[in-house]
Design a protein around this ligand. Sequence first.
Ligand code: GLP
Length: 237
Amino acid sequence: MAEVVIVDSKEAAGEVSADLIEALVRRTPDAVLGLATGSTPLTTWSALAARALDLSAVRGFALDEYVGLPAGHPESYRSVITREVVEPLGLTPSLVQVPAESGPVETAGADYERAIVAAGGVDLQILGIGSTGHIGFNEPGSSFASLTRVKTLTQQTRLDNARFFDSTELVPTHCVTQGLGTIQRAGHLVLIAFGEAKAAALAGAVEGPVTASLPGSAIQLHSTVTVIVDEAAASEL
Ligand code: GLP
């Protein structure tokens, strides 16, 4: 059963999630964080950055990456993670990995799984949720046992993410994402959601039937889950 924390602002969500990360890093300075991109965790990163905390030994694994963007593209998740997480938080760049950045896309999934296992697994995974109910880029229909692999993005997700590109056509069609099975292995899942557009997906994830039609519902199979939401995202709970 997830612990659900309803907050009155994105900033408050940032503080609550930063508290969880700070407690972990104070216990384990080289903790392994699962990093999500997207607008949702931005207040988590800014709250953490404002704390006098040495995060230089922290290791990180991004949830997902687009396939097919040129190296250095500003909207690749490597670029986003560098800009929004690594630099403001003072993480050590070489300790933060993104899928499919070294080596062929065909073996990217297995390579990434090996790297996560070699690091001892993810201690705390930050998650957003897509309007389709996706976590990472595990779109509806994804197997709960799935590991990191190449996936096709739904048209809805491409439309949702078109705001970061000059047009919808320029949004990649494929990605490499940690699987639902990969995410389940993290020690603690922290799912954050804001706004009415997420309310249905959030309610399905937290208290709907556990179903591959709503990948976020996989969090109900995990024993340690914190859900941090504003009132709008919580409105269908
Ligand atoms: C993106 C990412 C997810 C993210 C989600 C929500 O496509 N792959 O990891 O959680 O969609 O994004 P946002 O936080 O911007 O709403």
